[in-house]
Write a protein that binds this ligand. Structure first.
Ligand SMILES: Nc1ncnc2c1ncn2[C@@H]1O[C@H](COP(=O)(O)OP(=O)(O)OP(=O)(O)O)[C@@H](O)[C@H]1O
Length: 489
């Protein structure tokens, strides 16, 4: 899914592909925006939960209704200009974002955008077989009929289709993609995904650009996503056996190892979650949706600081949410959450859980720390699970969720642990040694609370209760970790 920031919410009007690789200084805005988040109403929280988000860290709208602007789910709507925005944007940008007064001019712009995006895509996809004719896709999806609508993302609709040769396809259309950032992000996504080739990554079949519709085409996953299978409408239809859960964990770790360590240019996915893992007929996982992905650092610097925080609540690594610090470790953290989902069959956020345990991570951590491992196990698999695989998966999840990115292992180490029984003893010893380690990432208490609060946006309406509950949870969750220096960015 391509996450596009409309200029109404992101006053840095550079294309976000430029933002992606830009280094920018950390300021206090992430803390500020977190405070704003806490003030959202329940209705606002519900609107954003479970979907990818984009949090512009630029300090805007502070005199507006608290919270909401920072959390507006990217909808690709035409930017609406409020008077107070004009104070902080250049006149040129302001004029450009005014409502259209010359429709013909708009049409010309659109034509220009379309031909520009086609030109860029042609440079990326040199194989003409990767260009789909719009009418072919229309026919394959019965004119993009409602019955063939199989999924909706934050910014996209996905349709099932059958080509004339009988091949099943998934046709993903970016919503209202007439905006310049949308086209830039689409090209960026196609550029990354077309450079990848791995059995556990959903490969691109091709693209189509029709007027302002930006379309990408993939092989159809007949089973659907891991989210649907574990938690959603498919649940019950396909109870995932322990064997398959373990296989999915290994396959997904292999996909991430490929992205981080085997590609000529490393890739950080930034939106690893169960809805972005598709399952093949044999229940092999395929990582999909590279809309938020970015090239990893190729220089000696291990991370970059991003102006925008994008991703999905419940899966965001603390250092990324708080400071915009991005490295391959953000994918490792999110993978840890997916492991917990596979082990427990629970959602990353469960509003019905007792206060302080609404987040899967917060529910699981005390159980792991106290050795109550069996309580983590999904009752659906208690009769079929394999003890040593279970232990490795729990240990791997616990390490992936290490608060400090520096001490969090990389995906290759996690993959080794998942695969090899002999690794377990070594990892347990390391765990004990870690008690004396020096943590270079300290999150101010208040900020950490806010981070956790945001992970549970949907579940708390009572602000004061929310904060104290977070405080308790934060203390119990992280009290055992070693700490000292302030985070240096
Ligand atoms: N190749 C595919 N085969 C079958 N179903 C698919 C395929 N690709 C996507 N889907 C379905 O469409 C849904 C929406 O996908 P999409 O990647 O647009 O958004 P998302 O990841 O669910 O949400 P968001 O865009 O907010 O991150 C997926 O969750 C999945 O159910």
């Amino acid at each position: 899914m391509a996450m596009v920031k409309t200029s109404a919410y992101n006053l840095d009007l550079r294309p976000s592909s430029q933002l992606l690789n830009s280094e920018c200084k950390y300021d206090e805005s992430s803390v500020k925006k977190s405070k704003e988040l806490l003030k959202m109403t329940g209705e606002e929280k519900r609107k954003i939960s479970g979907r990818s988000i984009s949090l512009p860290s630029i300090d805007i709208f502070l005199d507006e209704k608290p919270g909401w602007p920072f959390l507006k789910t990217a909808t690709l709507e035409t930017p609406k200009v409020h008077r107070r925005h004009t104070r902080k944007i250049s006149v040129v940008n302001w004029v450009m974002s005014l409502p259209e007064r010359f429709p013909n001019h708009h049409q010309q712009n659109l034509n220009y955008e379309t031909s520009f995006v086609k030109k860029q895509l042609k440079e990326i996809l040199r194989d003409s077989k990767k260009w789909f004719n719009y009418n072919v896709l229309k026919k394959a999806t019965s004119n993009f009929s409602q019955e063939n609508l199989i999924g909706k993302g934050g910014c996209s609709k996905v349709y099932r289709g059958i080509l004339e040769d009988g091949k099943g396809i998934a046709v993903k259309i970016l919503k209202s993609s007439s905006n310049k950032d949308a086209t830039t992000d689409f090209v960026h996504e196609i550029n990354i995904i077309s450079s990848l080739s791995h059995q556990n990554i959903s490969g691109l079949l091709g693209v189509c650009v029709q007027n302002n519709d930006l379309i990408s085409v993939y092989s159809l996953s007949s089973v659907g996503s891991l989210e649907e299978t574990l938690h959603g409408k498919q649940k019950g239809k396909h109870v995932l056996s322990w064997k398959h859960r373990f296989k999915i964990a290994i396959g997904l770790a292999e996909a991430l190892d490929y992205l981080h360590n085997q590609c000529s240019k490393p890739v950080i996915h930034r939106d690893v979650k169960t809805s972005n893992v598709l399952l093949s007929d044999e229940l092999q996982p395929q990582l999909s949706d590279f809309g938020l992905s970015m090239w990893g650092p190729t220089t000696s610097s291990r991370y970059s600081i991003q102006a925008d925080v994008v991703g999905t609540f419940g899966y965001l690594a603390p250092e990324y949410f708080m400071y915009g610090k991005v490295s391959d470790k953000v994918d490792v953290y999110a993978f840890g959450v997916v492991l917990l989902e596979l082990i427990s069959g629970r959602n990353p956020i469960s509003p019905q859980n007792p206060r302080g345990q609404e987040s899967l991570v917060m529910w699981a951590k005390p159980l792991i720390e106290n050795g109550n491992l069996k309580r983590l196990l999904d009752p659906e698999v208690t009769n079929t699970y394999e003890e040593s695989q279970f232990q490795r998966m729990v240990l791997a999840a616990s390490h992936c969720l290490t608060r400090s990115a520096t001490h969090r292992p990389n995906i290759r180490q996690i993959l080794r642990l998942l695969r090899d029984e002999n690794e377990v003893g070594k990892w347990i010893m390391e765990e004990e040694e870690k008690e004396d380690c020096f943590d270079d990432e300290v999150y101010p208490n208040s900020s950490a609370e806010l981070h956790l609060s945001v992970a549970m946006l949907e579940v708390e309406d009572d602000e004061s209760a929310s904060v104290s509950s977070m405080e308790r949870s934060y203390n119990s969750l992280f009290s055992s970790s070693c700490s000292s220096r302030e985070l240096q960015t």
